[in-house]
Design a protein around this ligand. Structure first.
Ligand SMILES: Nc1nc2c(ncn2[C@@H]2O[C@H](COP(=O)(O)OP(=O)(O)OP(=O)(O)O)[C@@H](O)[C@H]2O)c(=O)[nH]1
Ligand SMILES: [Mg+2]
Length: 479
């Protein structure tokens, strides 16, 4: 099917006129294989709208008088391209529910929503910014893949955050603001007669650089943590419901609010550990996420939620001081993705979480059968407090640590043969790649995982970890 011709339409339907009664977004019962990246409703190819190209067709019943009209295609040229009422070729397509433009590659590539969930202040915005930066470097250097902006204008707020952290500016510039419920990370969307705030989708295309072959689009959101808390009305505030449409869930655990961690880390200089009495309910957030997913997907308590769940124990620059770092391994070495290293790290993080927050482990493992635990740090060091009161990392010392591994693990599950992999029984398994790739093995840049500065403070010991042979890349190791 020509991606620009979007299915069947009633013959003789008038082009370019949409009355309130026939508003596509008000149409009931749309369903199909496509998912709106804006409101996560499903629809079919034939429901897709086109954006009028001629400036005389300005004014859209949902988006207002300044936007080009959205319409169902009924007229095509001899190449199958959609024409508007003034015979101009229309190459842009729009979401049938909310009328926003759909990102590049929407019809050609699989769309993977990767939902980042976490309590307010858990580090989601900083993690997402570091994640995009690290993914772009790591995927290219290790696998010859390019992570490209599929919607540069829409992605601007996330790119701005990334530039604040990695643009080499001052410490003041590197302080990311708390995500506001109605701020720049949200879009005001008219749905069913109401204007509701939805998180803005950030869309990136993954492309093999040698063959230019697109593999998939990755879609992220940067929610305010309050959206995931129990008590919020999901009818008027549905911003967390991308979790139900997600290909994978990433739950970011904040160690600085877990009482047992705080006790063990009481001599650590990170200012977050000095915040008085923050109530921790991260296990409750996990339970709440499970309830919302079940409600949205109409699953009973006995139905399985078939989504991989990555539990990311963030701010590892802080808690790594409690463990034997040399036992952690880098799952990416010499362009090979080592699943055993992922499993090794997962067991270590799970063991640690079990000792400090067992209810997080319990709730995670009741939500999904595919749970993997990951260590990560967006900064690689503790932020400092500015005179304004906010916390910021030193841009010159930012060394994200293993932030991209959860996404690479997810992709390795979703796309057969995406990566060259290593497993225990077969030293190197080269799964059939979707297209031939010539991997040039480029070492990680010097200092990519450089050691975070370490405090020399007394630390109440944890039960000793069992020593085993490793090839660790974590701070302080030489492996
Ligand atoms: N030590 C350390 N602190 C971090 C790290 N990442 C984020 N932080 C701190 O965590 C705090 C919260 O970070 P944000 O990214 O704003 O958290 P958030 O989850 O987006 O918060 P909301 O927008 O309120 O939901 C900030 O003070 C950051 O400086 C990290 O890797 N290490
Ligand atoms: Mg935030």
């Amino acid at each position: 099917m020509n991606p620009r011709s979007t299915g069947t339409h009633t013959a003789g339907e008038e082009v370019g006129t949409i009355t309130p009664d026939t508003l596509p977004g008000m149409k009931q019962g749309m369903h199909g294989p496509l998912i709106s990246p804006y409101c996560w409703e499903s629809f079919d190819y034939g429901d897709i709208l086109h954006v009028a190209a001629d400036s005389r067709l300005t004014g859209d019943p949902i988006l207002g008088e300044n936007e080009r009209l959205r319409f169902h295609a009924t007229r095509f040229d001899d190449q199958g391209c959609v024409l508007d009422a003034y015979d101009r070729i229309c190459s842009e397509i729009a979401d049938p529910y909310v009328h926003f433009r759909l990102p590049q590659g929407f019809l050609e590539l699989p769309q993977f929503i990767l939902s980042i969930v976490g309590a307010p202040g858990s580090g989601k915005s900083n993690y997402l910014s570091a994640l995009i930066n690290s993914l772009q470097h790591s995927l290219f250097q290790n696998y010859g893949m390019v992570l490209k902006d599929a919607d540069p204008a829409g992605n601007a707020p996330l790119n701005d955050m990334k530039n604040c952290l990695f643009g080499g500016g001052s410490i003041e510039q590197a302080a990311l603001l708390k995500t506001q419920l109605d701020g720049r990370m949200y879009l005001r969307i008219r749905r069913n007669g109401r204007v509701v705030s939805y998180p803005r989708p950030f869309v990136y295309s993954l492309v093999r650089s040698k063959t230019h072959q697109g593999m998939c689009n990755l879609i992220f959101y940067d929610n305010a943590g309050e959206h995931f808390e129990p008590g919020i009305d999901i009818t008027t505030s549905p911003g967390s419901l991308h979790t139900a449409a997600a290909a994978a869930l990433f739950f970011l655990v904040d160690p600085t609010t877990l009482p047992a961690f705080r006790q063990r880390l009481q001599f650590h200089p990170d200012p977050q550990l000095k915040h008085p009495g923050r109530i921790d309910q991260q296990d409750v957030l996990l339970a709440e996420m499970e309830i919302r997913i079940r409600k949205t997907l109409r699953l009973s308590v006995n139905d399985e939620i078939r989504k991989p769940l990555a539990i990311i124990l963030g701010k590892s620059d802080i808690w790594m001081t409690l463990v034997d770092k040399s036992r952690f391994k880098n799952p990416i070495r010499d362009g090979i993705f080592d699943r055993d290293a992922v499993m090794n790290n997962s067991n270590l993080v799970r063991e640690l979480l079990l000792s400090v927050a067992p209810t997080i482990v319990a709730n995670a493992e009741s939500l999904s059968k595919q749970v993997m635990y990951f260590p990560a740090s967006a900064f690689g060091h503790s932020p400092t407090r500015l005179p304004s009161g906010s916390l910021a990392p030193n841009p010159l010392r930012i060394r994200p640590h293993l932030v991209e591994i959860p996404v690479i693990w997810t992709l390795s599950q979703q796309i057969q043969g995406a990566f060259v992999e290593k497993t225990a029984d077969k030293p190197v398994t080269i799964l059939p790649p979707a297209a031939p790739i010539r991997r040039s093995v480029v070492p990680l840049p010097e200092g990519e995982y450089r050691r975070a500065p370490e405090g020399t403070y007394p630390m109440p010991p944890l039960p000793p970890f069992q020593q085993q042979e490793t090839s660790s890349i974590l701070p302080g190791s030489t492996g």
